[in-house]
Design a protein around this ligand. Sequence first.
Ligand code: HEM
Length: 442
Amino acid sequence: MSQTPITLRQLPRLRNRRLGQLGGLIRPGAHSSPLLEFGKRFVASPPGFPTMFITHDMADVREVFTNHEDFSVGQLMARLSSHDLVFGKETLIFLEGEDHRRERKLFSPPFQHKALKSYEELMIEVVERELPKWPVDEPIEFLKAGYDLAIGVLLSVVFGDVAPERSGRLKDAVSAWFGEIESRGFLAVTLVTPLLGGYTPPYRPLMRAQAKVDEVIIEEITARRASNDAGADRRDVLARYVGTELDQHDDVALSRNLRGILLGAYETTAITLGWIATMLAAHPAAMAELDAAVDSGDEARLDAYLDAVVAETMRLRPVSPFTGRIALRDTVVNGVAVPEGTIVIIPILLIHESEHIYPDPLSFRPERFLDKKPDGHTWLTFGAGPHRCLGAQFATVEARILFRAIIEKRRIDPIPGPIEPARRYHTGLSPSRNALITLRRR
Ligand code: HEM
């Protein structure tokens, strides 16, 4: 006989005067949050927001991630932020069930397995173009280099050799669009959304900037269709759609999805690259291991250690230190009755700092991932379940390839003392001094 589920009312409740402490769960050092006095589950009711069920019970977490029918990540984003306006409600993260499965199948192949191998040269070319611009023997904010690398790779991998008359316009349009997303006006719109119950007021400057990006992308798609230059010699993502069996969208929908992918991939990748540089500067033993691998000329050893560095950096500094879902109907999560409309928060960083999962959890030890790939249930930088990041494999391979190309030419100076602190950036964490490091010629 199944037991009667416990209700949210029976769980510890965070008093509103302590709501500020929630922030401590998603900053490095989360494991020492006073909220751990509640155990693994508690409830919060911030004024004006739906009830929040915060859990780091791993059985709960697994159920929430895999229960595609009763929970939605997109609806949560639409309720709390202006993401739906930026991405478009027809893009992957906002879809559920069969619609999501179909679209995911169409958009996955260019970001996985064999396809990744073919982007390697394009990625190295981006490093070769950017690296000479970075000063040596003096401090640089590597986060900025991370942004340049991230957009360079995206434009080149997603769109490839765009016809010259369009490539400058595409870059400018994308950069103007990113600028609008960062603008004060749009920030105000974003902040007001949760207070309006999830309604995002239209924000014309952003809509205009998005329309310009779409215009150039659609022009490129049209030109490729017209020239029958869909796939032949091209390695880019667009070429893997146009004229292939994946080509099942009209040009507007394809453009919107590619634009969404640019956005989802850009900042997350740039900040991760910044953290990798920060972690290497703060951990000379890891840098020395990479130096030794470069000097030995053993590429397999270098790649294996770099993969481990990337995984360990993403464990301790996940760009999104939490994720969540909203309940679409009354449901039960591992014996807890969760009413429709409840927000479930999964504190990823807190889970990554658990000593039961990662012994000596606060130490940066890439070795823990040398013989063992990150476990998809407990290493949650890319989320989990059907909405797990589409670009997870792409992003980790990209970080390895970019850093391999960088450290074959440059060393990163050690920085004694504590790791550069994290600052809140939107809902994520970014290095507070923009990943200040010093590069030396090898
Ligand atoms: C270090 C870089 C990145 C991080 C940390 C990251 C993180 C995430 C997270 C946390 C989610 C939500 C998962 C969930 O709540 O279960 C997500 C979804 C997504 N990401 Fe990423 N991401 C990164 C890079 C990328 C890249 C490179 C791409 C595209 C090539 C991408 C495309 C997407 C898409 C399309 C989704 C929605 C997937 C779906 O709903 O089915 N991301 N990402």
